[in-house]
Design a protein around this ligand. Sequence first.
Ligand code: IMP
Ligand code: MG
Length: 171
Amino acid sequence: MNVMLDALRIQERIAQLAAEIEADYPPEEEIHLVGVLKGGFVFMADLVRQMSARVTLDFIAVSSYQRSTRSSGEVRLIKDVDASLQERHVIIVEDIVDTGLTLTYLQDILRARGPKSVRTACLLSKPSRRLTEVKVEYIGFTIEDKFVVGYGLDFAEKYRNLPYIAVLDEA
Ligand code: IMP
Ligand code: MG
């Protein structure tokens, strides 16, 4: 397993992203982060700890990959958010934007809930794999088309606990 992004580099980039996000919203406005389970949980945990007390959070769970490195292209909602998104500034927090199908689906369903705004933050982006144009306002790192694991990202549910991002050679 080859380390692509080590823990320190990830933390430094997340601190920058948090500062960027904080600066983009008026100081008196709350920011509601919606983390995408399971892959987004580590990024979410580190991102919120770099943000101010005006942050609230919730989680949503979707499934698009079934024990495989290839996308089925089909997105299923497994767990909805707990709280209403009405009149809130929502930021979707996801591990990676690959084909873009998952985020397109999520942006569509969350926008229909009457939020004040919807933006998206992804730790990683693989632009060469995009099948649909999707807007992602905050991107941690742009990477080439390699299957990566760690820092929330899995292969068949494994390696989510790695504190760094690594390239999976067997995929
Ligand atoms: P998309 O719908 O193709 O953009 O896929 C997004 C989802 O695919 C992410 O939330 C990940 O769960 C998964 N995924 C895409 N690329 C990778 C990867 O390199 N490693 C692990 N999971 C990935
Ligand atoms: Mg995921």
